[in-house]
Design a protein around this ligand. Structure first.
Ligand code: SF4
Ligand code: SF4
Length: 150
């Protein structure tokens, strides 16, 4: 998964003029393509690391030792030498507690910049433009930082 950050949330007023004002369709096909292959980073907060370690039934220290790395002072999941995320095992092995970066994909500000960027992402994510219609309000609210992320 690449390292684009979600920093922008759209105001209700601004949403009227957005290219995706009628919403966007997305439904994960569980192909794993965003979790494997190309090297990337999956950022997470300390709180997310703690939640994941609890879900795995191990201490946060052990989770950090086995699954995390520091990049410029920020926490990221390790990846295998082939670029696969360390948590990928025929699907995400921490799906319920996966970090926000994964939970908000593909609704990242970088992918929402314009239709071209969205279509570009579609080349590698077969869930884009399929399934459930997400309203623009829903997308904006999904991208809002959660209390846990602050
Ligand atoms: S690439 Fe898209 S469809 Fe495939 S697992 Fe990732 S989000 Fe789901
Ligand atoms: S944490 Fe899960 S969803 Fe996120 S990149 Fe790794 S395997 Fe994929």
């Amino acid at each position: 998964m690449n390292n684009s950050n979600i920093k922008k949330s759209n105001s209700a007023k601004g949403q009227k003029n957005l290219w995706h004002k009628d919403g966007l369709r997305f439904e994960c096909q569980r192909c794993g393509s965003c979790c494997r292959g190309e090297p990337g980073v999956v950022w997470m907060t300390k709180r997310e690391a703690k939640n994941i370690s609890v879900s795995l039934g191990i201490s946060t220290d052990l989770f950090a030792k086995n699954y995390l790395r520091l990049i410029n002072g920020r926490i990221s999941l390790l990846e295998h030498s082939n670029g696969d995320c360390v948590m990928y095992d025929n699907g995400c092995s921490i799906y319920e507690t996966r970090p926000r970066q994964c939970r908000t994909f593909p609704f990242w500000s970088s992918n929402l910049k314009n239709k071209t960027e969205w279509k570009e992402q579609k080349k590698t994510c077969p869930g884009i433009d399929k399934g459930k219609l997400h309203t623009v309000e829903e997308i904006a609210s999904r991208l809002k930082p959660e209390l846990n992320d602050l």
